[in-house]
Design a protein around this ligand. Structure first.
Ligand code: CP3
Length: 336
């Protein structure tokens, strides 16, 4: 096994170069993925262990990444609550029966991950013998999952969710608690099946005012990180507000923080010398010229040079129209 990523998570990557993997590396920028999507829907790929395993391996055939991330989606957790999930070509995810009332929350089932999400454990088991790099599992943060359950689809303002949490914080906490319980169960199942570390994606946290982030998002990420503590499973927290809230996230002691593209990771390192940091190249840099990519990646690499607690990644997921040549160049620069 390639230990570079695990060493960086432990704060002892002395190999002279950081490990690299990319959020959303198993996705639409890959022609091989698009070819599979001609034959299968996105949810069929997620639900069929053989296909999910195959998609997980696709990026590793093209690029020398130091980790694999399981192909799935954060919204399979929302699906487990029985509110219906489908993906539409232009709109993205749709929750068919969004949560509308406090009673809807009361009535939510308490699903068991081993039953409702067993296809994920099976995909992990199929993958392990095929991999020479560590496999990362993941889940959405409770706030981000709650926002999908309430909005019913991606929303740039989260207006229903934000209205709810100011009008009826108690029922919103009740929802977050239920999602957290399932998520802990789900990540434990992933660990038991064999993932080496997990990442929590809080993709919508940047919509929250700082005080609301501290009340409605962070405590539930903390609950998950603490719920996994006795498994000795490294945890990485990505939030689209992680550069703003890095110190508060560090205080809940995950293994690593994945810094979003809007922050200065070298400045964050000065404030947080002892935690692993991951990130944070702006995904749009990969649309630039060869020269500008070289310059931007070079300045990030030199800012984090010889840092034993650093993992190279983007500051958010790779975009679907990213040129493959740019990803090759990125890997060459990090490896060089
Ligand atoms: O990182 C990886 O490659 C692993 C797989 C992965 C997917 N989604 C596959 C996917 C992971 C880790 C996710 C996480 C995810 N899903 C997040 C958090 C990360 C982030 O980007 O902020 C969120 C918010 C979702 C929900 C989601 N899934 C949306 C909003 C969409 C539609 C828009 C979009 O970006 O595609 C999806 C669909 C999705 N998830 C696809 C893939 C490969 C594309 C589906 C297709 O083939 O049409």
């Amino acid at each position: 096994l390639n230990y570079r990523l695990l060493n960086a998570l432990e704060g002892k990557n002395y190999s002279g170069r950081p490990p690299i993997w990319l959020m959303r590396q198993a996705g639409r920028y890959l022609p091989s993925y698009m070819a599979l999507r001609q034959r299968y829907s996105f949810l069929d790929l997620c639900h069929t262990p053989e296909l999910a395993a195959e998609v997980t391996l696709l990026p590793l055939k093209l690029f020398p990444f130091d980790a694999a991330i399981l192909f799935s989606d954060i919204l399979v957790v929302a699906e487990s609550f029985g509110r219906g999930l489908r993906f539409e070509e232009e709109k993205g995810p749709i929750i068919e029966r969004p949560i509308k009332t406090a009673q809807d929350i009361e009535k939510l089932p308490e699903p068991n991950a081993e039953e409702s999400l067993s296809f994920v454990a099976e995909a992990i088991k199929l993958l392990l013998p095929e991999l020479s790099v560590p496999l990362l599992g993941f889940a959405g943060a409770p706030f981000t999952i709650a926002s999908y359950l309430i909005e019913g689809q991606s929303s740039s303002s989260l207006s229903k969710t934000k209205e709810w949490l100011v009008k009826d914080p108690d029922s919103f906490h009740n929802l977050l608690g239920k999602i957290s319980n399932l998520t802990i169960d789900y990540l434990k199942m992933q660990a038991k099946a064999g993932v080496c570390a997990v990442q929590i994606f809080d993709s919508w946290a940047h919509q929250l005012a700082p005080r609301h982030f501290c009340e409605f998002s962070l405590p539930y990420i903390k609950k998950i990180v603490e719920g996994l503590r006795d498994l000795a499973l490294p945890t990485i927290v990505f939030s689209r507000a992680s550069s703003l809230h890095a110190e508060k996230i560090a205080a809940i002691s995950p293994t690593a923080i994945s810094i979003d593209w809007s922050g200065n990771i070298a400045e964050i390192r000065k404030k947080l010398p002892n935690i692993t940091l991951q990130g944070n190249l702006d995904p749009f840099i990969l649309y630039g010229s060869k020269e500008s990519i070289e310059q931007e990646v070079g300045s990030l690499l030199s800012a984090m040079k010889d840092d034993p607690r650093y993992i190279f990644n983007l500051g958010h997921g790779i975009l679907p129209t990213t040129p493959l040549d740019a990803v090759h160049q990125l890997c060459t620069l990090v490896h060089g």
